[in-house]
Design a protein around this ligand. Structure first.
Ligand SMILES: C=C1C[C@]23C[C@@]1(O)CC[C@H]2[C@@]12CC[C@H](O)[C@@](C)(C(=O)O1)[C@H]2[C@@H]3C(=O)O
Ligand SMILES: O=C(O)CCC(=O)C(=O)O
Ligand SMILES: [Fe+2]
Length: 331
């Protein structure tokens, strides 16, 4: 018999408030994709924050709303129904347990693989619909978001004066690209008031291992990023825009010029947050190494590794671990 235990609220980490600026950070770089002069701004944003917001993105609202409403329906189902679509090992429905190494957060989620065969039946049964409808809703959304991510990566390559404009985007376009799609639902954490403790962790601090992550959320706050000065700042939500994170692999490919951004999600005691994230990763066999044109005569900061090797190692770590440390050269 499988016994599913739910951690009690006492087990949910509380954040250390010492470096939290409670006000919203209004200086998140904004990249307007309809303006050609955004190229230099993107490079600057990746160097300074590893994070920026994209507006005028051309992803049809219809695809966003369709997927969002399917996700809301799914998460509104009973827990016993949803658990039939789990566990997330790593794909499927997950509840409070993040990854396989003991992390927990006030979150439930769906994780789906993009290019490998994925069985949508378990989600479709919960929703009582044909799996092809769910597959189509995910594909429509991901196709558009991936197109936008590739446009951003091509602007980055141009901004970095790399001859091959598709040097990054080709990795996402490859049919073997190891990309993931995730929907996170953070229910309001009403116990917060009962326990009189604010700022429970929804999703603990971490960097994303892939090349690039594209996040869209509803209008509920919670996402924070860590600035270079050690301060956590809250990102104002914007359901009409996308937020982009530099991942560990892009940090390596730029030999550390771009930094993968540390981020986390705090719970909200009143409103639920729903976020959808596309993680653009390379094919498993791809060598992740600094691009020669970005070395400027310097040595690589990293040992040689493939995405398969990095991913295998990353998935053995806890969320907040510095996953790249194992691959840094001691110079
Ligand atoms: C604790 C973990 C969850 C994670 C795999 C890991 O062992 C370390 C990286 C985590 C992360 C963060 C970004 C994405 O949400 C994710 C899907 C990924 O690729 O790496 C998660 C992993 C997960 O939730 O399985
Ligand atoms: O849900 C969010 O807003 C961010 C979650 C996240 O960082 C992740 O799933 O990797
Ligand atoms: Fe993340």
């Amino acid at each position: 018999m499988v016994v599913i235990t739910t951690p009690s609220i006492d087990h949910f980490p509380i954040v250390n408030n010492s470096f939290i600026d409670p006000s919203f950070f209004n200086d998140v770089p904004i990249i307007d994709l309809s303006k050609p002069d955004s190229i230099n701004l993107i490079v600057k944003a990746c160097e300074e924050f590893g994070f920026f917001k994209v507006i005028n993105h051309d992803v049809p609202m219809e695809f966003i709303s369709k997927l969002e409403s399917e996700a809301v329906k799914f998460f509104s189902s009973t827990l016993s129904e949803k658990l039939k679509a789990g566990p997330a090992d790593p794909f499927g429905y997950g509840n409070k347990k993040i990854g396989q190494n003991g992390d927990i957060g006030w979150v439930e989620y769906i994780l789906v693989s993009i290019n490998s065969e994925f069985n949508y039946q378990k989600f479709a049964s919960v929703l009582g619909v044909n799996p092809d409808n769910i597959r189509a809703a995910v594909n429509d959304y991901v196709t558009e978001v991936k197109k936008m991510a590739c446009e951003v990566l091509e602007m980055l390559a141009e901004g970095l004066k790399i001859h091959q404009r598709n040097v990054f985007s080709k990795l996402l376009m490859d049919e073997e690209s190891d990309s993931i799609f995730r929907v996170n639902h953070y229910p309001p954490c009403s116990e917060i008031e009962e326990f009189n403790t604010k700022n429970r962790i929804g999703f603990g601090e971490h960097t994303d291992p892939q090349i690039i992550s594209v996040l869209r959320s509803n209008n509920t706050s919670g996402l924070q990023i860590l600035l270079k000065n050690g301060h956590w700042i809250s990102v104002p939500p914007d359901p009409n825009s996308f937020f982009i994170n530099v991942g560990d692999s892009l940090q390596v490919m730029t030999n550390g010029r771009f930094k993968s951004v540390k981020h986390r999600v705090l719970t909200n005691s009143v409103k639920s947050r729903l976020s959808m994230i596309y993680f653009g990763g390379p094919p498993l066999s791809e060598k992740i190494a600094p691009l020669p044109s970005l070395m400027e005569g310097k040595d690589s900061l990293y040992k040689e590794f493939t995405w398969f090797e990095y991913k295998k190692s990353a998935y053995k770590t806890r969320l907040s671990d510095n996953r790249l440390a194992l691959f840094e050269k001691s110079l």
